[in-house]
Design a protein around this ligand. Structure first.
Ligand code: GRG
Length: 284
């Protein structure tokens, strides 16, 4: 007879895989994003002297994209932005249901940390540093905190400084984490990591400013998501506070300052420079 202590709790793991979650993940796979954060991570690793395509880089880059994807799935929920369109396709809670969208987001988040923690090609101390960096950027002091501030800002006119602080957390923290994680994998010195964080703060802000500019300039079909939502919800945006031209000038200045920070980094930083420019000179 099998004793309770050696009876497997999960007799057949494959049978326990929830088909609905697999279908929901397949729906997300139909419309991948621009993968800017994984690209930034890899470019930062190369910039500080690491190799771009090694297993550990791929695991960390994938983890970052999973966190980003979870944030978009949850952001679209009725309790948050209540959006029906994302990347040109129905949002997950519309195509499936709210419970599935919440669970997929939760699962993606857990999987992200699992990917890093179990990657045997990364030294244990790097795994710990990567998990800590990604968790901090995702959590109360980063994206989640920024999202909460954003939700509380509906119908209020924020000062420019308050808007910047909100976006540094909501959007900037994960972009900065991409660079910092690349630095960790590439073996960056403390000084290089500090520069990468400064670059992240600059381009995170520039990225969000351009997002607001594109939101005004484009229609929903071009954007693949509902355009003009923040303004319609009475939220402050860079365009509403600064005007379109000044917002574009500010993004260009941040872009230029970011490039100056890595001006003496040599050819290994070319990929990073190109990405920084792509981030600001984008139309979607
Ligand atoms: C729900 C915890 C939680 C957080 C949500 C990031 C975020 C916080 C919400 C997204 C809202 C939004 C549209 C912010 C503007 C900046 C942004 C993150 C745009 C989307 O990122 P891209 O352009 O998307 O990299 P793709 O689709 O290319 O992956």
């Amino acid at each position: 007879m099998t004793s309770p202590s050696n009876t497997p709790v999960v007799a057949d793991r494959a049978a326990l895989r929830a088909r609905r979650l697999d279908e929901a993940l397949a729906h997300l796979d139909q419309s991948p994003g621009k993968r800017l954060r994984p690209l930034l991570l890899s470019a930062a690793a190369v910039a500080v002297g690491g190799e771009s395509v090694r297993a550990g880089t791929l695991a960390a880059a994938e983890a970052l994209e999973l966190i980003h994807t979870y944030s978009l799935v949850h952001d679209d929920l009725p309790a948050m932005d209540d959006d029906a369109l994302r990347r040109g396709h129905p949002t997950l809670h519309v195509a499936f249901d709210e419970a599935t969208a919440i669970l997929v987001g939760d699962g993606l988040q857990a999987r992200a940390f699992e990917l890093i923690a179990t990657d045997n090609t990364l030294p244990p101390e790097q795994r710990v540093a990567l998990v800590a960096c990604l968790a901090k950027a995702s959590g109360f002091e980063g994206m989640v905190g920024g999202q909460s501030l954003d939700m509380q800002s509906t119908g209020k006119t924020l000062t420019l400084d308050a808007l910047k602080a909100l976006h540094a957390m909501k959007t900037g923290a994960l972009i900065t984490a991409a660079l910092e994680m690349g630095g960790i994998i590439g073996g960056a010195s403390t000084a290089q990591r500090e520069v990468l964080c400064k670059v992240g703060a600059h381009i995170g802000l520039a990225f969000q400013i351009i997002d607001d500019v594109i939101d005004v300039r484009s229609d929903s079909a071009t954007l693949g998501k509902t355009s003009g939502k923040d303004a319609a919800a009475g939220k402050s945006t860079y365009v509403s506070l600064m005007g379109l031209d000044a917002a574009e000038r500010e993004a260009t200045a941040l872009h230029d300052d970011a490039l100056k920070l890595i001006a003496d980094w040599g050819d290994s930083a070319d990929e990073l420079r190109a990405l920084i420019s792509r981030l600001v000179h984008r139309d979607r």
